[in-house]
Ligand binder design. Structure first.
Ligand SMILES: [Zn+2]
Length: 425
């Protein structure tokens, strides 16, 4: 399909299929579960050793002192940089190495990385070690092609994306690794499907709401004040007011899947009352406290201040209308929406590359959840950034998560072609 220098690169990638499979399997076999942040050092050293042998300059950066960093679970990152020796821009491929817990429901061993009918199964196969493997093979094939490339190529394997990225991309951006001084274009091989380009993501606000009551004997609840009932009133108000208001708001951001084109609110957890004892016995008391965690996803058209005051407004109203209602609210996480322009160089290059490799024009989408683009945008001040990778979005964090080998091969071709276009301009 492609003439000229890229045909050699694509041929290299096709010949490397077994190599790509093995690389992906090796990466999955590191059980880099986060939390707690297991096995990071071994995983980044594996990546570093491989790329060092290919002429990359390797730096290991531990995020000393961030949340979670400790002797047992050090937050290690690797940044590998390949200098072509010719002046030009830098294309950076960033993948997180951490995976979420396995959970129940698996029919395969989550860390055996079995290859069955063209699919590699395992925790992190889709999100996002398949993407990381594709980017490494893409860059190796470009280098091996003998094309006189310009500029530099970087590949990073970073920590803690699944817990917010503070020990990973945020830390590296603060240290200048993601900055205009050394990086021009960023591709994050997150699982957004092999035939789509992801421009960014919605915003996030996590908050903890507490209601208070007064403890009393459970046989005489009228002598106490039930914090769980107060929290029930909060949930009822959300149902009456907040959910209908959010359901009426749609975004112009091309968020997928369709349901995520709206504002959403998840109630992550509610815990109230005295803890049950070891034998599962509840205490016979009126609960004097209840705690709820909410996860509000907001749109580029919404203002974070308005999003917050919509919730605090409901709490204040209950304070006046409901006897004994006392509350506290605490911010836990804030992420502003991020969206790269549709005509940005990395979007244009990757769109053209997908057309070459897959023969179709990709949909430009936004992710329902956030990922490390927020730190690259906000801290690194790099706006030429997308997510593009071989994983299927809906499989992320699921039992029996997999990545298709064919999608990895195609994604590697797209990444190689996109990097080539960006470097040779
Ligand atoms: Zn991910």
């Amino acid at each position: 399909m492609t003439d000229g220098p890229l045909s050699k690169v694509f041929e290299n990638i096709e010949k490397s299929e077994n190599n790509l499979v093995r690389l992906c399997q090796d990466l999955i076999k590191f059980p880099t579960i986060n939390p707690p942040g297991n096995d990071y050092k071994a995983c980044v050293e594996y990546i570093g050793n491989r790329l060092k042998n290919r002429g990359f300059n390797i730096e290991y950066v531990r995020a000393h002192g961030v949340v979670g960093d400790c002797a047992d679970y050090p937050r290690y990152n690797v940044i590998a940089r390949y200098e072509t020796g010719r002046k030009g821009p830098c294309v950076h491929f960033n993948s997180h190495i951490d995976v979420v817990e396995t959970g129940d429901g698996w029919t395969k061993d989550p860390f055996a990385a079995e290859l069955i009918d063209g699919k590699i199964y395992g925790r992190g196969a889709c999100d996002m070690k398949g993407g990381l493997a594709s980017s490494i093979i893409a860059v190796e094939a470009l280098i091996d092609s003998g094309i006189e490339l310009k500029g530099a190529i970087e590949i990073s394997g970073t920590a803690d994306e699944e817990s917010g990225g503070l020990g990973g991309v945020a830390y590296l951006a603060e240290k200048g690794y993601f900055s205009k001084d050394r990086v021009d274009h960023v591709i994050i091989p997150e699982p957004l499907n092999v035939d789509r380009v992801c421009l960014g993501h919605r915003g996030v606000w996590w908050a903890e709401i507490k209601t208070h009551g007064r403890i009393a004997h459970g046989s005489m609840p009228f002598l106490g004040d039930c914090a769980v009932r107060h929290m029930g009133a909060v949930v009822a108000s959300f149902e009456d007011k907040l959910y209908p208001a959010m359901a009426a708001r749609f975004t112009q951001m091309p968020v997928v899947p369709e349901g995520a084109k709206q504002s959403t609110l998840n109630i992550n957890s509610i815990h109230g009352g005295q803890e049950e004892g070891n034998a599962g016995l509840p205490a016979p008391c009126v609960p004097d406290s209840c705690r709820m965690i909410i996860d509000r996803r907001f749109l580029v058209e919404e203002d974070l201040g308005d999003v917050k005051s919509e919730v605090t407004g409901i709490l204040r109203e209950l304070e006046t209308s409901r006897e004994g209602f006392r509350y506290e609210i605490r911010d836990m996480l804030e992420v502003i929406p991020s969206m790269t322009k549709r005509d940005a160089p990395v979007v244009v290059a990757t769109t053209e590359a997908i057309e070459e490799v897959l023969g179709k024009t990709p949909d430009l989408v936004c992710s329902p959840g956030t990922y490390d683009q927020k730190h690259i945008d906000r801290i690194g001040n790099l706006q030429d950034c997308i997510a593009y990778g071989p994983g299927i979005l809906e499989l992320a964090h699921q039992p029996d998560e997999y990545v298709a080998v064919e999608d990895m091969v195609n994604a590697a071709k797209v990444m190689a072609s996109s990097a080539y276009k960006l470097l040779m301009k």
